[in-house]
Write a protein that binds this ligand. Structure first.
Ligand SMILES: [Ca+2]
Length: 205
């Protein structure tokens, strides 16, 4: 196998991985279209008593708006979510950028996915992000496999008794199958380069 063949083989391999990258199923994932400061974002439902979540410019990670959870409206308990259609028994990756005000946090923040068949809740998966969130925006994510008969997922941020404001933006929910981690891509690239160098070193051409 010559260098050109190896290069083409690597190109096909990387291209095939790229072709399987799955689309973000969430609409208005950056909360940019909304009812104005303190209101809900289009495609998202906010709950609370009264509404703790609402869009704010100061909660943005990118562009103009992010979803904020404020502590001054009530008891710091509620959620915001969006429903999307899913395939059954399929692994998905849920990620978003998040931060919270500094200081010791009372209560908890969580990323949660609820799996439904029609209107029936089948099961859920959640990740407590209270200890991970800091006062600097960072991307948080976890993977979960949909229930055997699921056709809908409710993608949610929930909070209970929190006393520090939260900021959320750039959410993503996508099938995770076939998408290599960036580290895997980097290793593939390094491996390919090493292979080419070794071939070149031993080449008599
Ligand atoms: Ca945004």
């Amino acid at each position: 196998m010559n260098n050109r063949t190896i290069f083409l083989a690597l190109l096909v391999l990387i291209t095939s991985f790229a072709a399987t990258a799955q689309a973000n199923l969430l609409l208005n994932a950056g909360f940019e279209t909304n009812g104005g400061g303190g209101q809900s974002a289009d495609n998202w439902t906010n709950t609370g008593d009264p509404l703790e979540p609402g869009v704010e410019g100061w909660a943005a990670h990118t562009d103009s708006w992010g979803m904020a959870v404020v502590t001054w409206r009530d008891d710091g308990t509620g959620n915001f979510y969006q429903d999307v259609s899913v395939s059954a028994a399929t692994e998905y990756t849920y990620s978003l950028w998040a931060s919270r005000d500094s200081g010791v946090l009372a209560g908890s923040y969580g990323m949660k996915i609820e799996w439904y068949a029609g209107a029936s809740l089948l099961s859920s998966a959640s990740e407590d992000i209270s200890a991970t969130m800091t006062d600097t925006m960072q991307e948080l994510s976890f993977n979960a496999t949909s229930a055997a008969t699921a056709d809908t997922a409710r993608i949610m941020i929930e909070f209970a008794g929190i006393d520090k404001c939260g900021k959320f933006d750039d959410a993503s929910f996508a099938a995770s199958t076939g998408v290599p981690e960036p580290a895997t891509m980097a290793l593939l690239g390094l491996g390919g380069l090493a292979l080419l160098r070794r071939r070149k070193a031993s080449s008599i051409c």
